[in-house]
Design a protein around this ligand. Structure first.
Ligand code: PCA
Length: 329
């Protein structure tokens, strides 16, 4: 090899390392519909995930986040990604319970009420969730828990009887079932429509987290938050397998690495922000109270019944998950 050949070869190597290979740099853009508001911690975590991927892939993969149901409504997101109208998305796992009861596990009251137990429940059920999504051509990337769930109401609640006949907002089939068992009337309202549903009186109570209570300015219509801490539902972020498979291996790796980081960061953020969200409810004049013993006992009874119903519906697969979870506690 002559000296000039050597120089040329070294130069080609440098250009290749910089990603400059003569052909225009291929850039992929993914649309990412998500259901929750831009300042919600889940959305902030999703945005960080997208930024990490843009950076790690050297700009090869750009993800445009569309929050608050602005591109597709919460209940349209899965279908949009399955159908290829969007490539990646976020949704509430238990909102899929009508497709498969397995997805409802994290909305069974009093099965897992702390972050540590919710993580164990996730670890016990993750593979089954992954396998079911894969059947729809979807690849699970990560999941993050919401803060613990409680009851928002206009009046003080001493027991479940105080909710009899009241229209309560639900966000998933399992929550609707829970409201029925409470003797109240479930009305499904997505988070993006919640403020309006409360202000127009479509519902007069709500079951959700301190986070969504804050996002929807619950104090404008409701006076009490009973911090029952009954369950921690989760969001999942998933991608179309077809879109993922079309990426080069290095970019695929960048996506998986950013997903793992988003899962760790998201759970931490959720737990850390819970106290802040509760403090905001108080600062805005809500009475934040623990559930009375009677209210809690009524709720626990519903939880036991729902755990049995869940295991019956899901079958052997479900029982295995429950056993694994209970052993890990
Ligand atoms: N917020 C979402 C789901 C669970 C939660 O805490 C909602 O209320 O729609």
């Amino acid at each position: 090899m002559t000296a000039s050949h050597r120089i040329l070869k070294a130069l080609a190597g440098t250009l290749a390392a910089l990603g400059i290979t003569g052909a225009a740099q291929a850039q992929t853009t993914w649309d990412m519909p998500t259901p929750y508001p831009i300042n919600n911690f889940h959305t902030e975590n999703v945005q960080q995930f997208a930024n990490d991927i843009a950076q790690a892939s050297g700009g090869k993969l750009k993800i445009t986040v569309h929050p608050n149901g602005s591109l597709y409504k919460a209940n349209e997101i899965k279908r949009a990604v399955q159908g290829g109208q969007a490539q990646i998305g976020e949704l509430l796992l238990s909102s899929l319970a009508n497709e498969d009861q397995l997805y409802a596990l994290d909305t069974v009251p009093f099965l897992a009420t702390s972050y540590a137990d919710s993580m164990k429940l996730w670890q016990a059920s993750r593979a089954a969730v992954e396998a079911r999504l894969a059947k729809n051509g979807l690849k699970l990337l990560y999941s993050v828990a919401w803060p613990p769930q409680g009851i928002y109401s206009k009046t003080a609640l001493t027991s479940m009887a105080d909710l009899k006949g009241i229209k309560i907002r639900s966000y998933s089939p399992t929550v609707a079932r829970m409201i029925e068992l409470m003797g109240a009337q479930p009305v499904t309202v997505q988070a993006a429509d919640l403020t309006q549903a409360l202000s127009t009186g479509v519902v007069s109570a709500n079951l959700t987290s301190s986070a969504t209570g804050y996002d929807s300015k619950s104090w404008e219509q409701l006076d009490y938050y009973f911090d029952v801490q009954a369950w921690l539902p989760k969001n999942i972020v998933f991608v179309s397998k077809k879109a993922f498979d079309a990426l080069d291996p290095a970019t695929q790796q960048a996506v998986m690495k950013a997903a793992a980081a988003a899962e760790t960061r998201g759970w931490k953020l959720s737990e850390e922000k819970t106290a802040w969200y509760v403090a905001q409810l108080k600062a805005n004049g809500m009475k934040v109270l623990p559930a009375s013993d009677a209210l809690r006992a009524d709720f626990v009874k519903i939880g036991d019944r729902m755990t049995t119903e869940w295991a019956e519906k899901v079958g052997a697969d479900g029982q295995k998950i429950l056993d694994t979870y209970r052993k890990s506690k």
